[in-house]
Each structure stands twice: as C-alpha cells, then as structure tokens.
Unconditional design. Sequence first.
Length: 300
Amino acid sequence: MNWEKGIVMRFHSNTVSIMNTKTKKREECVLRGKFKKQKIRPIVGDYVEYTLNEQEEYGKIENILPRKNNLYRPKIANVDQAILVTTLKNPFVDALIVDKFLIQVEKMGIDCAIVVNKVDLLQTSEEKELLQLFLDTYSPLYTTLPVSSVTGENIDKLKIIFKDKISTMAGMSGVGKSSLLNSINTGLKLRVGEISDKLKRGKHTTTYTELLHFDFGGFIADTPGFSNLELRGFNKDEIRDYFIEFLEFSPYCGFSDCSHTVEPYCMIKEKYEMGEIASSRYEDYVFIYEELKKRGDKRW
Ligand SMILES: Nc1nc2c(ncn2[C@@H]2O[C@H](COP(=O)(O)OP(=O)(O)OP(=O)(O)O)[C@@H](O)[C@H]2O)c(=O)[nH]1
Ligand SMILES: [Zn+2]
C-alpha cells in the first residue's frame, strides 16, 4: 500500500483531518493502535504518513514525521514563523508590548515578521514620524511591513510573507488580525483573541487549534499565540538573549554574565548611549529585567 504524506489540520473526537501535501485533498484518518501504546499523539501541524484503503471509510495514520518545533500555545508543531500584528493608533500599542511578544518568539526560536496595521489612520506628521521611528527601530532586526486592511496597502507583500509557510499570528486584541486574514484570503476567520474571548464568556475557555489553509498556499493557526505578556515562567537572566541586537556586542562586556544594567564596562550600555542600539529597545529591556527581578523566581 502506498504511503501518502499529509499535514494534520484538526482533530475531531475520533478522527484526524489531514491535508495531502501534494493534492491538497482533505482526508479523514484514524490513528493506528501502536501510537496509543507508544503514547505518541500527532498534534496540529504534524507531517504524517498515512494509507488509504478503498474498502475503509477512514485512512490510517502510519507514521508521525520528526517535528521541527512544538509550540505549547497554541498547541501546534512545525511552525515556520510568527506574524506579530501591531498598531500605532486605535489602539496605540506600546513598544514594550511588542518587545514582550518578541521575547516569547525568540525563546521558541522561530522567525518573526512584524506587521504594522491601520497605517491609513496615520495622517498627521507626528503620526507619520511615529511610524518612521517604529520602522527604524525594528526593521534592522525583523522583517517589518506597514499595511492597511482598509486601503489594501502592502497586502500583496503580506501574502508573500505567508505563502507556503505554517504561521501563527500574535497581537493585541483589536489590531486587526482577523481583518488582515480576510483581506489576504476572503472568508478565513481567526478566532477571537484571548482577551475579548475571556471578556465575552467571562471564563477561560480551552480551545483546540485548527490550521486554516490559504488558497494561495500556506497555513495559519486559527487561534492567536504568544499572549503571555506577564512573561510567566521567564527568568530575568534569560531575557538578554532574546534581544537579538545585543548578541553581537555582549561578548565585549567586562563581565561575562553582565546583565547590561548596572555593571561597569558594559558594551550594550555603551552602544545604547552611542545610539547604535535603539533607545526604546534598551529601555524596555531594563524595564522588563527589573520587573522580573522584583517578581523573583518564587512566584511562578
Ligand atoms: N482604519 C482601519 N481599521 C481597521 C484596519 N484593520 C482592522 N480595522 C478595524 O479594527 C477593528 C478590529 O479588527 P479585528 O480584525 O477584529 O481585530 P483582531 O486583532 O482580530 O481582534 P481580536 O479578535 O479581538 O483579537 C475592526 O473594527 C476593524 O474594522 C485597518 O487597516 N484600518
Ligand atoms: Zn553588558
């Protein structure tokens, strides 16, 4: 029997929906008993091999291919990139929030692109300067794209970023994550953000993630990720590794375990004072470091 290759799109109570990687056909499969014994279960995003038998209603998953990575929230494997959506107006999202999202993405070790949505609202020269400052800060570090789902500005470029990849979207409630998905692929609906979800239902709902397929190629997890903005489970001493522009300079700090806050001979502070490290990034780093230090390791 031929083994077909597919990607796990979603779970039902007893079956798993697979999309064939070649034909893009959806198939319903069941798990072979051996997975239960081995205590391995596929998760959404897994590449699997499966067989189809004409006489049987469901295909059978034969093998789970090795995972490139494994996100916890949303629970999904083989993520290629996180798309962080932010805005500078309606709502104004502080750079500190952006940096907290980026810290989580860096910890997972996945690529990230930052999308600044609603640029149609930035009309005054002050607002335009704000956008320029944002781009100057982040575009040397990450792929950064100003867009508008209302005017369609740069939506074609956004499609290219998503194409043929498995992506997860992140960003505060109301920045336009669902609107952007709709403008690149009509009819795709990201499920409401965690914050609005909680407000509406008044409780924490456990949601399972599903992959949505773009008609131009690629997948997106339907529940947003990286929303642990209190950085629960993070240690103050690991944060410095997630500010990627620090990495080339930190070997030249006077102390090998320099926290880049109070120590003498700190190369990061020097670069910040010289303007070679963006001031908001360094200041957010120190703020987050102090926040985690105050909290200590005990509480979490
Ligand atoms: N002016 C303007 N408004 C936009 C744009 N994109 C989205 N909006 C509006 O912003 C509001 C929020 O958009 P959503 O797509 O629901 O935002 P979301 O990020 O999915 O929000 P959650 O589901 O709460 O996480 C809606 O009223 C949209 O019409 C844009 O590019 N420009
Ligand atoms: Zn230092």
